[in-house]
Design a protein around this ligand. Sequence first.
Ligand code: GLN
Length: 432
Amino acid sequence: MRSPIPDYLIEALAGVMPDTSGATAGYIPELASADPEHLGAVFATVDGEVYGAGDVDDEFTIQSISKPFTYALALADRGFDLVLNKVGVEPSGEAFNELSLEGGSGRPLNPMINVGAIATHSLVGPEGRGPAERLERVVGGLSAFAGRRLEVDDSVYASEMEHAHRNLAIGHMLRSHHVLTEDPVAVVEGYTRQCSLLVTARDLALMAATLANRGVNPVSGVRVVPEAVVRQVLSVMSTCGMYDGAGDWATRVGIPAKSGVSGGLIGALPGQIGIATFSPRLDHHGTSVRGVSLFERFSSDMGLHLMEVPAAARAVLRSNHVVGTGSTAIRILQLQGGIGFAGAERVVREVVDTAPGEDRVALDLTMVHSLDDVARRMLLEVARRLTLDGHEVYLVDPESVLPGPDPGDGGRVTVVDDLDSAATRSGVLTDA
Ligand code: GLN
């Protein structure tokens, strides 16, 4: 069978093809002269499957899509405190190239607008390194997100630098407020090289999928940044990634995203996929016109909006019954599925309401495929309280979904592979 997913992508591209509104970025001559008809879309799953249609392997410069990844590197290299001290996380509601700083602190409002991104560029790599070493860390880091070595397009770099008066003004403003403490021109040059890295839609989808996959590139298997960094980056992408169009995007598309003035657009849906589109004509925010239409379509066709409320978690409690009688009786709660806070609360309530009279209680996790950390802690607390109430507690856990269970303070659990061994240990079968 042929996968329907590339066919779906081809159809989606055909749907936006007639829209020739918008214009290529006018302020960077090399981008202004780009072929406006390029069009491509790629999905990359968190287990490394890549689907594409159209211009999937054509190279273009990454531009502002580099910002969330550089922010990730700065957080990983210098830590949250230092980076947050220099660059805020508040949406600015302003255009990407606004000369603005937060009143009072003098920090850039967020790392997605140029002023914040230029400051962020200066924070990549160990303190005190020169511009060349820093750029190497940026190129190496973004390459690790993509899973292949990326190169700078020198002609786009030169073209942008010739007209970089605004970004240079931003650099000098940052220097005068001591957000930058070094030569601002060198930082703007480094930032502009960062923006001039050549990528394909396929690269961008994999970079986004690395964010969707908690910081591990799903094809190379390399962990690029820690999970806590990814959460921070995705949060900032969802509030600030689309600049003064962030609210519109959040309501219509609902996927953490970032756009760039060469026509790329990425979205990262945590735990599911990375998406990238490429079409160079831009709207007044500097975002690809067809890219926005494609994302709107993907989000609604596939229910990808993050605020889409999932169907109420299916019953986690499969059964609550007793095997054996009298002193050999064992109360068994069979759980199933993926258990988060709401599911664990349901189990807690069931145990409280049942108030088991049997000496032995088993929580059967055989059909549980995942336990969130909070669910794990809640089930262990149930085990601890049952022990304190005088019960012997068993965990039926053949797949070790709850490894090394330690209910702490007075709690005790016995782990068994199947219900029979729980019953045998508790004497049901031997006594039967
Ligand atoms: N290099 C571009 C700039 O700084 C990036 C802007 C963008 O893609 N929004 O102006």
